[in-house]
Design a protein around this ligand. Sequence first.
Ligand code: GCW
Length: 837
Amino acid sequence: MRILLLAIIGILQFQTSAILLHAETGRDAWLRYARLKNHALDKYAGLPASVVVHGDSAVLEKARDELIHGIQRMLGRTLRIERAPVKESAFILGRIFSLNRYISETSPPVIANDGFRLASVESGNTSSIVIMSPNDRGVLYGVFALLRKIALEEEIESLNEIHEPSAPVRWANHWDNLDGTIERGYAGPSIFFENNNVRQDLTRVSEYGRLLASIGIHGCTINNVNANPRVLQDDFLPQLARVADTFRPWGVRLAVSVDLSSPEKIGGMGTFDPLNPAVSKWWETRISEIYKRIPDFGGFTVKADSEGRPGPSSYGRTPDDAANMLARLLKPHGGLLFYRAFVYDHHLDWRNLKNDRARAAYDIFHPLDGKFEDNVIIQIKHGPIDFQIREPVSPLFGGLTQTASAVELPVMQEYTGQQKHLCFLMPYWKQILDFDLHTNGPGTYVKDILAGKSFGSELSGYVAVINVGMDDNWLGHPMGMSNLYGFGRLAWNPDLDASVIADEWTRLTFGKNPKVVETVTDMLLTSWETYERYTGPLGAQTLTNIVGAHFGPGVEASERNGWGQWHRADEKGVGMDRTVKTGTGFAGQYAPPIAEIYELLETTPDELLLWFHHVPYTYRLNSGKTVIQHIYDSHYEGAERAEDYVNQWRSLEGLIDEPRYGRALKRLEFQAGHARVWRDAVCNWFHKMSGIADEKGRVGHYPDRIEAEAMDLAGYTAMDIIPWENSSGGKGIECKAEESCTAAFRFDGDAGWYQMDVEYFDQNNGQSRFRIFVNDQMVDDWIADDMLPATKPGGDSSSRRRIGGLALRAGDEIRIEAIPDGLEPAGLDFVSIYPER
Ligand code: GCW
């Protein structure tokens, strides 16, 4: 009987968890509004039953509907819509002037635009909740904030809170091309465009607008900064208007990136000189055509004189000439002009040790400070180079005291694992925002500059490059959206701790099970440093193939070319000398207290040492380690930590719904394998270059490995992998000639349980099939169908298949049978076999 009872309980429990863990795609992101558990339902039992909206607008309607939807999903109650004030308790939504009568205060607090107040109001025996703001968008933000509180099960009994955004500008940038591809997009095609037009079905755009609104983002530039002039063509404007109409109810203003040479390319003019009156006239007409259709159009983003894009320099003009011409035309309509400071020469002479791309933004824009129109915002990447895993803060934030500036932050993880690797960037961004540039003496924090506090700008703020795509979960990696959520939260309140953001996001996304929360937040919060450890140490930047996909290792790719991402590693040492005394002088772009720190080897923090100094490999860090040993150790630690993530995630099996659990597991397993590829590439390269052995004897010694080229091959032939360090032993094998190929070897260890890793090359131009046999028994079978940014075998395609629980005996034959597909030659690098841990 007892057993029967236990069985029944077991079945019931199974059923409950199966019900609770219904399959999710991630499309709702952090707005899942998961049904609350009973005790929490009790907590909110006394909430009002109706909602009254004062005012009439599409945004207020969204606010009301979102409140109804959220409460419905979380509490299972459908609020009544009341058209006029009621005598019972209600949620009361509206602008401040129409709601002040509900709160009798002699001097009600002034609230900034987009800010809101949440207040409990008692009157007689009613207890209402008022959500008020100076503008409709703020009311919508207030609703999202209240729903978040409920989702997080916070106390909302006696509310009286005012929330205001730290900065007036909180904007999204997309690098979507009109043909539907996305530059640096890793999660499917564009949600905005296809076939050189705006998509017919804008459902995803509306859903995206809702996500943006929920974190306070109110503007969105939807096309690539490498802009196609077509966005300004007559037949395109009504299409843009459809996007604007879709965004508008969410309080999001549409903006576009423009090509400065548009007057020439689509206007049929012989020039695009910004100071030519006919050119300005052309833009004036375009701008007025846009505003006829989109009265609240947000403005333009401009990338010019950068990476081959046309710009004012073609006519001997400067950025202010171009920016101001456009800004003056946009101003009467309330439009903004975002001019990117990412302007640099990508044909620098690398032989000149004084050349330094990192100097460019400051050198170009600082002298122009004060010359820009007041609706120009200089958009500055957070670091002086380009979204690297570690860079100092761009000194230009301190170099523009009379000009509005915005920080550009990469939600899209271009240089930090491209949403194949987990890399939660909030701890990094916090360091940037909390950095004291000392421009106005101590206390000139980047976040205060962006808030307009330091220099009094009224239009500063935050821009994120976001590459959401048509993938169900928006960014590919089930944890990728933590960076978008975090961006919005920090732009709203840069004082929030990264751990608070991680905690909120995890609970909203994966639920409140304490083990889930503890595990996921730990993974998130350590992931940036982990990624740094196995990619680019000590400020040497992400040691990736900078002339390729920016994904796998490519230690030398940055050197001996004009792109200026040099780390200058040679036989003797590594690092860029950016000091004033002997180097490029970049350190001198900071205010003296900061410049002095970076100028000296001893005071430069270890993590930025190689950014600022060229040192011998034997130089001792503050940590006591030599540079070379640090490079080895950190790569081993990073790869090990990436391996831990797989185990940590596995411990959550059954606590997260299967589709999201499985999808994340796949990515984390890839990451762990790829971290090892990174580890070996970087360590072996530095080992060879420096000639200094790893004190711990790991680098160059892989006793568990059997190189593919050393196996018995049938059909397979050996190939060189370029660069050599991106594969084990510099070689792999490929199946070119035959329909199928085999590679085999004999196991010669003791009998026991083993784990086997097969390192193969998974290109995106074919789907090879691999089958593994122990003697005649097939033990694994898979198709290499991942979409990695690689058409060749190498560091971008290297992938690991792990096969556990293998009972092996000495003399067993292990055979890999592969069927190549398309242009993918079923490449193999090595197999490693080791006792199961
Ligand atoms: O990092 C580089 C990217 C380019 C990008 C450029 C930029 C849109 O590799 O793809 O171009 O930055 O920010 O303009």
